[in-house]
Design a protein around this ligand. Structure first.
Ligand SMILES: Cc1cc2nc3c(=O)[nH]c(=O)nc-3n(C[C@H](O)[C@H](O)[C@H](O)COP(=O)(O)OP(=O)(O)OC[C@H]3O[C@@H](n4cnc5c(N)ncnc54)[C@H](O)[C@@H]3O)c2cc1C
Length: 471
């Protein structure tokens, strides 16, 4: 009931091989375009509090790690790590900074199927429901569209392999898109940004959400279309997807939506990992903020996926989660010019700071803007143990980078003009925002400790008067 795989093998190849032997890998991220080494190194996860939980590294039972060695050892040595070895606990989620993982041994279970239904409903009770939802559904998650007052509960449990159903999860966001449509979508959003058109963004969010509902986010009963719930399919066909990966080079007009080689979608992804007990308060705060501002100001994130809420179980990995946790992803527009502020960026910055600093959420290692990593060492109980192992296996920092040194040992020193616009810093002065474009550093509406870049028409007039731009 285990598989040993080279670290560079793709998740899809691993899943297919394992299912070919009538076994299933229980946890995986939702996107299949990753490697085994890359996904465990950054703590990648799906969603589950059951069994070993939703994070893949908690299904790892051994790794081989190539670390620097003495000359007599040929300058490198290969360590096989497993069990209670502190090096194993450090290596499971190690950001590439300990050495090169060459093989990964993962635990498996007999092959199974899953049965999924998406329930589009009101968002009234998320803060009461999220714990029971995870307990009731092995692979449950929740998508929350705050501007639409809508929650989508994923009812998702395993069923016996003999249950009839040959469905697949071809998640819409990972389906191939026409290059032209991807470019047009980004350009439409850019137009709404430039004209500060909240209504336009809200109309876009309404259309996308209705479409997702009509096609069940990409679930297909018979591999071709969605016809009805529940959709039942094998674990291999349900957990991870990424059909856009295979459209190229067959169709040059198709691509993954975010392909950087075309002028298509470009967005940030913030991912905050909360201790379970604090997540309900975060939801309450976002709802209070929504009441203070207008819900329209949250339409930007609903164009993407709103808040995707998932579950990870407590882990013994030093850089994993030491307690059962709730993970929230939200995506939002990123322009092509880092100096141009974004529409309602103050609201998204406030939510980001509520998550990471009011409730002490931890960042997902593979996502987020830089500010999310501020103060990270204090958030991990076993941080010092990880740093000790790093010193032991890589004393000369051969596997360190500027980024890892800053996170492991240093402080964020960014304070250049406009640094808050791309999340490189939290603003403390107006120049960290964009005073010339009317964005000034202000406290949050709800979380007064937050410091965000907010547009102020009155202040841009007075600052232009001061500068003699308007006389
Ligand atoms: C579209 C999309 C959807 C995603 N969905 C999810 C999701 O559902 N859940 C989730 O948790 N994450 C998700 N992610 C994040 C993803 O899981 C991580 O970015 C993952 O690290 C990517 O793996 P990779 O093989 O591309 O890694 P890379 O980008 O190649 O590497 C990531 C890190 O791992 C290190 N690394 C890679 N290989 C090794 C090795 N052999 N030895 C030592 N270190 C190594 C690298 O040094 C680097 O620090 C998603 C990402 C994308 C782009």
């Amino acid at each position: 009931m285990v598989v040993t795989v080279d670290a560079g093998v793709s998740l899809r190849d691993l899943i297919n091989k394992v299912e070919g032997a009538a076994l299933s890998l229980v946890a995986a991220p939702y996107w299949e375009g990753v490697t085994v080494g890359g996904l465990i190194s950054t703590g990648a996860h799906g969603s589950s509090w059951w069994g070993k939980g939703g994070a893949v590294h908690d299904h790892v039972v051994g790794v081989s790690l190539v670390v620097p060695g003495k000359e007599s050892e040929g300058f490198a040595k290969v360590l096989w790590l497993e069990g209670n070895d502190p090096l194993f606990k450090a290596a499971k989620v190690s950001l590439g900074v300990l050495g090169v993982i060459s093989k990964v041994k993962l635990s498996l279970e007999p092959a199974f199927k899953r049965s999924i239904t998406y329930d589009f409903t009101k968002d009234d009770d998320i803060e009461q429901m999220y714990v029971n939802h995870a307990k009731k559904f092995e692979f449950g998650d929740i998508t929350w569209y705050p501007s639409k007052y809508t929650a989508v509960y994923r009812y998702d449990n395993r069923v016996h392999f003999n249950t009839s159903g040959d469905g697949i999860n071809d998640f819409l966001g990972f389906q191939s898109q026409s290059v032209l449509v991807s470019m047009a979508t980004q350009s439409t959003e850019k137009t709404f940004e430039n004209s500060k058109d909240e209504k336009g963004k809200c109309a876009m969010a309404t259309t996308f959400m209705a479409y997702k509902k009509s096609i069940a986010n990409g679930l297909k009963n018979n591999k071709l279309f969605f016809t009805n719930y529940p959709v039942i399919g094998t674990q291999a066909n349900i957990q991870a997807s990424g059909s856009c990966l295979y459209s190229f080079p067959l169709r040059l007009d198709l691509t993954c939506g975010w392909d950087p080689t075309i002028n298509g979608l470009s967005f940030y992804e913030t991912t905050a990992i909360f201790p379970t007990t604090k997540f309900g308060d975060f939801v309450r705060d976002v709802k209070k903020l929504r009441d203070l501002i207008t819900p329209q100001k949250l339409c930007g994130m609903d164009i993407y996926n709103g808040f995707l809420i998932r579950y990870i179980k407590a882990s013994d990995a030093y850089l994993g989660q030491h307690e059962d946790s709730v993970v929230v992803d939200f995506n939002y527009y990123r322009g092509d010019d880092p100096k141009v502020p974004r529409l309602n960026q103050d609201i998204l910055e406030e939510i980001e700071q509520i998550a990471f600093f009011k409730y002490g959420a931890k960042p997902h290692w593979a996502k987020n803007r830089k500010l999310a990593f501020l103060g990270v060492p204090k958030k991990f109980l076993n941080w010092n143990k990880f740093v000790e192992v790093k010193k032991q296996v890589d004393p000369r920092g051969m596997f360190s980078s500027e980024w890892s040194d800053e996170i492991l040992y240093g402080e964020n020193k960014e304070n250049g003009d406009g640094c808050a616009l791309e999340g490189l810093c939290i603003c403390s002065q107006d120049r960290h925002c964009s005073p010339s474009k009317g964005y000034f550093c202000k406290p949050g509406f709800l979380y007064s400790n937050a410091r965000v870049c907010r547009f102020s028409h009155a202040e841009i007039l007075s600052s232009n008067l001061d500068l003699g731009v308007i006389s």
